[in-house]
Write a protein that binds this ligand. Sequence first.
Ligand code: GDP
Ligand code: MG
Length: 457
Amino acid sequence: MLFWRKSQEEKLAERGDKNAIISLIEKGKRERAIEILERFKENPELRGLLFRLYMEEGKYYYAYQLVEHYDPELATAKEKALIYERVGELEKSAREYAKLGDWESLKKAGLLLWQIKKPEGALELLERAIKLTPPMKREEVEEAIKKIKEELGLLQRESFLERLRKGLKKTKEAVEFGILFAGRKLDEEFFEELEEKLIKADLGSKTAIYFVEELRKEAIRKKLNTSDQLSASLKRLMREQLLKCEERLKEPHESKSVYLFLGVNGSGKTTTIGKLAYRFVKEGKKVLLVAGDTFRSAAIEQLEVWAHRSGADIVKRQEGADPASVVYEAMQKAEQEGYQVVLIDTAGRLHTKEPLIRELRKIRDIIKRFLPEEPTETLLVLDATIGQNSLQQAKVFKEAVEVTGIVLTKLDGSAKGGALVPICKELGIPVKLIGVGEGLEDLQPFDAEAFVEELFS
Ligand SMILES: Nc1nc2c(ncn2[C@@H]2O[C@H](COP(=O)(O)OP(=O)(O)O)[C@@H](O)[C@H]2O)c(=O)[nH]1
Ligand SMILES: [Mg+2]
C-alpha cells in the first residue's frame, strides 16, 4: 500500500506538481527531486525550487547556470557572490561582495581583487573595510593593505623604518631606554643600571664604560638632576660610534660586479644572497647566483629556491664538486651572457680552517682572472644572535681574504643589536647591510641615524 502511494506521488512530481516535489524533498529524495526539476527550468516557481536545492547541495556550478541563463533575480547578492567565487569568476564575485557593504564582505571583495592582480581596486575596498572592522579583527586587513601598498610602491620609506623597528624590537626590550630615561634621579644606581643595560645589548664593556663616564661628566658639568636630561647625550654618543661603522654597499657598475659571501654555516649567507638578488633584479639588473657551497646538497637546493623567488639565474653543480671550478664556470657564463651582478655563495666550515682558507683564496684568484680589481665586495656574514662571540670566527675569514664589509643578520632575533659597534671597531671593517627578518625585503643598508632613532623611540 505504502509502496503504491509513494510511486503515485512520484508520478505526480514527474508531471511537475509542486507539492508532490516538495514532499519528495521532505522525504530526503533530493537527488530525484533535482532530476525532475531540471526538466521544468522554464517554470519560474519550480526553477526557484531547483535553485534552492542546488545551493543547499553545494552545486554551485549548476546554480550559476540558472542565474546566468534563466534568471539573475534567483539569487541574492550574497548568494551571487558565493556562486561566482566558487566557479572562479572572481571579479564578478568581488563586485557582489562589495555591494553587500559590511566589513567582512568588503574585506573579501578586496582580497579577491588582490588575488586576480587588481591591487588598486583591492586597496580601495580594503580601506573601506578597515573603517568598519572591529579593532580585534583588523590585523589581517591591515597586513593586506600594507602589502598592497608596498606592491604599488606607496610605502617605501615607511616600510624601511617599520622593518628596522621590527628588527630592533628585542634589543629595545632589553635596554628599555625609554623607562631608564623617564625622569630617574641621577644617582649611582642609575649609572650602574645604564652600564648594565649597555653591556646587555652587547655594546662591549669598553664602549659601555666610556658612555657612562661621558654621561657622568656631563651631568656634573651641567648640574643635571634627572635622567631625561641625559637621553639626548646618550643618543649623540651612540650615533658617533655607529657612524664610524656605517658605510654604503658598493653598487654594481655598468659591466660586471662580483659579490663574494663568507661566513660560518647558518650565519645567513644564502638568505642574504637571495634578498640582495631580489633587490638587484627589481632594479632591472641581470643577476647570476653561484652555488659555491657544494658541501651539502641542501645548500645548493636552498640557493635554487632563492634564485627562483628573486628571479635570478643560477650556476650549480652536484654536491661535492670543486667550488672554485663552479665559480670559474659562473664567471665564464657571466662574461659570455652579459650578467651585471654575480653573487657567490661559499661554504663556511670553520672546523677545517686551513682547507677553508685555501678554498677561499682559490675562489678569489679565479675571480681576479676575470676581473683584476674584483671582487666588488667581499662580505662577511655574521649572526647577530651570537653577538660579539662572532668576532673569533670573523678573524679567521679576515685572515683568508680581504673582507670589505660586514652583513649583520638576524638582528630581529637578537637582543644584542649593540654588538655592531665592537664588531666593526675590533675588525676595522664597516657594517654595510643588516638583516631584519627572513623575507625578501628584510635586508637594509646600515643607517646609523635611523638605527639610533629607532633604538630610542
Ligand atoms: N630572523 C632572521 N632569520 C634569518 C636572517 N637571515 C637568515 N636567517 C635564517 O637563518 C638560517 C640560516 O640562514 P642561511 O642563509 O641558510 O645561512 P648560511 O648557512 O650562511 O647560508 C635560516 O633559517 C634563515 O632563514 C635574518 O635576518 N633574520
Ligand atoms: Mg648557505
